[in-house]
Design a protein around this ligand. Structure first.
Ligand SMILES: [Zn+2]
Length: 65
């Protein structure tokens, strides 16, 4: 049995960069630990949840708002 992994997108609050912070499904506690510690790979800024729909990013990956 193969579980389909879906990316969970994070967005940097400082520079707007979007990246995959985790893949789901993942145990809830592990997910909280991974995403809670996520930092922007571009500038080290705090991660926020990006607009996304079923694993597809709904906003630009660049630095625009
Ligand atoms: Zn950043």
């Amino acid at each position: 049995m193969t579980v389909e992994r879906k990316p969970f997108w994070a967005r940097c609050g400082a520079c707007g960069h979007c990246w995959v912070a985790a893949y789901t499904p993942m145990p809830a506690l592990t997910f909280a630990r991974v995403v809670g510690k996520a930092r922007c790979p571009m500038c080290g800024g705090r991660a926020f949840v990006a607009k996304q729909d079923d694993g597809a990013l709904r906003e630009g990956q660049g630095a625009e708002a």
